[in-house]
Design a protein. Structure first.
Length: 507
């Protein structure tokens, strides 16, 4: 029997789930989108054309500090500089590097690295040394990705910087904090992916509801009416060197929104916002195939196994020696491996994760390593709204009649595993209600199926209560893979499904 794990529902969002995400996200083609999902459920696609329109409509205005030395780079121009190298740090700690000749070369090498490429990284400075950390006229751009869930559009903007500079707080106090608490107040590394997510009002394509600003280890939400919105586009104030995103400027005595050990405010670099990005007022064509545009779509790893978006290596060399420590801090992971990409409808503050749409659907809870999910939206919404602990409820899932998992919070049962369900597996639901949804993720060979069932029949007002037989449901995984539901001997098909193909293993 495969190992099954039940954990707190926030773990898959907060932890990132690098290895498990590769099982779930690295697809080569989107083979089936049938039947078409309703707009407030999981798996809702956004076409390239609509994504480009929304990305351009809400494109943030970047406001830099007067001391800033780095700006968001277009990767095509960045790799065309010819100074970067693609490196592999082996188990014996030896490092081999090859020169990169351009973005196509990097795309090829990162795709060849595949899921085993966690030891690979880009040497940003290359043979040119530290001087290559300074921008020198390279083309600049913002990358974007648009998704749809909970009747909202989530427009992610991603910014790549050559270097993360955060060494100005090496005071006696900062050294003591690093020694006692073992948390860094110095953060120097090559490469830096930062950004912001802009979210529309429910059912709207034209109005912003809130923004989620990425600042160091957290993502923080702010209502749209609190933002500095200019021409429908909110301002993003970028911290000097660290490139954390904030909704307001801070010229001096700034602190990060996360305190060390909950006791000591972490210092932040200045964010005076006195310098507008040179391309803020450009007329951008955000559609794919416009390499010179100031808006570029992130390649979609679910459609293309060559996409660098989910490359498992690091976007830069570590620079621990600059902070007086070895092999730390690390350069960033690819956007596709970060939680803001995986679940843009969720954000974190002080280690607490909150997600949209808990009353509308269950897509918030289908994390990268969730292989089976039972969700009652009404109970789930109650559990998140009521400021006291509620009973977890009666929902139970059983996988192949052996491993039974009960609800861990109101309205939610998750079965977690590093690998999707296999043909021959049976998932059984007990104590369901008409609102209950069952979602599964299954694999047969290179193909992965994701499907949703509405397993319990609705009852007319005043009708007799559901019988025990009517509150149970079974999903059998078949070859292909396929998923067939059965209730009271009657076959029930999924209301939503898609099949995707995993990339071939390297070598």
């Amino acid at each position: 029997m495969r190992r099954l794990v039940v954990v707190a529902v926030v773990a898959f969002v907060a932890g990132g789930g690098l290895g498990a995400f590769l099982v779930y996200k690295l697809h080569t083609e989107h083979e089936v989108t049938q039947p078409k999902p309703p707009p407030d459920q999981a798996f809702s696609p956004v076409t390239e054309e609509k994504a480009a329109v929304l990305a351009n409509r809400f494109r943030p205005r970047l406001m830099f500090d007067s001391a800033e030395r780095w700006h968001p780079l277009a990767l095509e121009g960045f790799f065309a500089e010819g100074t970067q190298r693609f490196c592999d740090r082996r188990r014996d700690r030896t490092v081999t590097c090859e020169p990169l000749t351009g973005l196509d070369d990097f795309t090829t090498r990162s795709a060849e690295a595949g899921t085993l490429g966690r030891s690979t990284f880009v040497d940003v400075a290359g043979a040119g040394g530290f001087k290559q950390y300074r921008d020198s006229g390279s083309p600049e751009a913002i990358y974007y990705r648009v998704s749809h869930s909970n009747t909202r559009f989530y427009v992610d903007y991603w910014l790549f910087y050559r270097f993360n500079h955060f060494e100005g707080f090496d005071t006696t106090c900062a050294k003591l904090i690093r020694k006692v608490v073992r948390l860094p107040t110095c953060d120097e590394h090559e490469g830096d992916w930062e950004g912001v997510t802009l979210v529309t009002k429910p059912g709207s394509e034209d109005e912003l509801d809130y923004a989620a600003y990425a600042a160091h280890k957290g993502v923080f939400r702010y209502p749209a009416d609190q933002l500095d919105v200019r021409g429908g586009r909110p301002a993003v104030f970028v911290a000097f060197g660290s490139h954390a995103s904030y909704p307001v400027p801070c010229p001096k005595n700034c602190v990060q929104p996360i305190a060390i050990a909950g006791l000591v405010d972490t210092p932040e670099t200045s964010t005076d916002g006195s310098v507008q990005w040179a391309r803020n007022d450009d007329d951008c064509d955000a559609r794919p195939g416009n390499p010179g545009s100031c808006l570029q779509p992130l390649p979609r790893p679910e459609f293309d196994n060559r996409a660098w978006t989910a490359w498992p290596g690091l976007w830069g060399e570590t620079c621990g020696d600059r902070c007086g420590v070895a092999n730390s801090p690390n350069a960033p992971a690819s956007p596709g491996l970060q939680s803001r990409f995986q679940a843009p409808w969720c954000s974190s503050q002080g280690g607490i994760v909150t997600c949209d749409g808990v009353a509308q659907g269950c897509s918030d809870w289908l994390g990268p390593v969730v292989v089976a999910l039972a969700c009652d939206p009404r109970l789930l919404g109650q559990g998140l709204r009521v400021p006291r602990e509620l009973d977890a409820g009666p929902l139970v899932l059983a996988v192949s009649s052996v491993d039974k998992v009960s609800a861990t919070r109101p309205g939610i049962v998750q079965v977690l595993d590093e690998q999707p369900l296999r043909p021959g597996t049976v998932v059984r639901l007990s104590n369901g209600r008409p609102e209950t949804q069952v979602l599964i993720r299954a694999q047969d060979g290179p193909k992965v199926l994701e499907a949703r069932f509405d397993p319990i029949p609705a009852r007319a007002p005043g009708a007799e209560p559901l019988t025990p037989a009517e509150t149970t449901f079974a999903v059998t995984i078949g070859a292909g893979p396929t998923a067939v539901g059965r209730r009271n001997g009657e076959e029930v098909g999924p209301v939503e499904e898609r099949t995707v193909r995993l990339p071939a293993p390297p070598g």
